[in-house]
Design a protein around this ligand. Structure first.
Ligand code: C5P
Length: 230
């Protein structure tokens, strides 16, 4: 890797979704006593390959966090959608990056090896994402009955960090804004717009915390890992 390569990480955390049923958006629920998003930021900061981490958050939270971070972290105002939050993060980060990783705030157990492999693949191919095979058969449902059963062997579940050369990410965000397109996954959007998006083997530990039982499991893993890097 070139010494001068600059890597930006964007962690969109401006959603107000509280699928857990409480008042706190799930990315701010505590893991080992600190908000999930903070755990994720710290894990990236621990990695010397990362030049800067930008975290788009809700306006009301921006005032609360403005004081804290150091030079490598920046909190910015998010947008109305996930994609707009990623775009806001990219705009606020400045131009001087080569590669950009977009990571879910609710995946605290991503592996540095997978992150580096995904960055490498993005450097070569333009875009890359970690994916894992599906353990369950997936059915498409209509009227509460199976309409079709896609071939499981050609499906993967998409994880993050999803990595892009900055020109590729700019291209897809610009086109999505023009078309008012939305997406939950930037890798899929890049593929839709004709970019090759390379698959990198993901890791089942890199699960997304979306249900209360996921958080219980995460606390257990966190405790077992001896509190992470602390
Ligand atoms: O609500 P949903 O789970 O689809 O959001 C996916 C991710 O995108 C979450 O981490 C959420 O914080 C983020 N997001 C955002 N800005 C929005 C909406 C969602 O950063 N306006």
């Amino acid at each position: 890797m070139a010494d001068t390569e600059r890597v930006l990480v964007i962690i969109p955390a401006a959603g107000s979704g509280t699928r857990f049923g409480g008042d706190v958006p799930k990315q701010f629920l505590p893991l080992g006593g600190k908000p999930l998003v903070q755990r994720v930021v710290e894990r990236f900061l621990f990695d010397a390959v990362v030049t800067r981490v930008v975290v788009p958050v809700l306006d009301m939270l921006l005032n609360a966090v403005k004081e804290s971070p150091g030079e490598r972290v920046k909190f910015v105002a998010g947008g109305a959608t996930r994609l707009q939050s990623v775009a806001a993060g990219l705009a606020a980060a400045g131009d001087e990056f080569d590669l950009v990783a977009v990571h879910d705030a609710v995946r605290p157990f991503f592996s540095p090896d997978t992150f580096h492999a995904t960055l490498d693949a993005a450097r070569t191919h333009g875009a890359a994402f970690p994916g894992i095979p599906l353990p369950d058969t997936i059915h498409e449902i209509r009227d509460e009955a199976i309409a079709s059963t896609p071939d499981r062997s050609v499906l993967v579940a998409a994880q993050t960090p999803q990595c892009f050369r900055i020109d590729v990410l700019r291209d897809i965000l610009t086109r999505a804004a023009r078309e008012d397109a939305n997406a939950t996954d930037e890798a899929g959007l890049a593929a839709k717009y004709g970019h090759r998006v390379q698959l990198v083997p993901g890791d089942s530990m890199n699960f997304k915390i979306t249900r209360p039982e996921d958080l219980v499991m995460a606390e257990r893993i966190y405790a077992e890992w001896g509190g992470g890097e602390e």
